[in-house]
Design a protein around this ligand. Structure first.
Ligand SMILES: [Zn+2]
Length: 121
């Protein structure tokens, strides 16, 4: 409400049904501010296993896509929980410096590309 020149809002949700309900409430609030909802991101969409690099299905997947579909806004993508990203944040080093070709970074990059596309529209 206080920020000037806001182009729109992005809803970040986790994959579970209850989070999707919260995302829907957030979207309704954003609409009251007469801001466009640029899309939905599903965060904590699986977890990158620190041992084998495989994906652990922590909270399920698909809630973000479902919320986007219900709201009629774009699904911007899903980002996994990655212990390496937590470590990078704690060390104050950008994650991309050491993990530019990881599946997690590809997911983040894809979400950013989709978001830029929505802003440009
Ligand atoms: Zn593993």
């Amino acid at each position: 409400q206080l920020a000037p020149n806001v182009r729109g809002a992005v809803i970040v949700t986790t994959p579970q049904d209850v989070a999707v309900m919260d995302a829907t409430k957030a979207a309704k609030f954003i609409e009251k501010l007469e801001l466009p909802v640029l899309g939905v991101i599903e965060n904590m969409s699986g977890m990158a296993c620190p041992h084998c690099g495989g994906t652990i299905d922590l909270f399920g997947t698909g809630g973000g896509k479902k919320a986007a579909g219900d709201l009629g806004v774009p699904f911007l993508g899903a980002i996994p929980l990655d212990p390496e990203m937590v470590k990078a944040s704690d060390e104050g080093r950008p994650y991309i410096l050491r993990h530019a070709d990881s599946p997690t970074w590809r997911a983040v990059d894809g979400v950013m590309e989709n978001l830029i596309e929505q802003i440009e529209r």
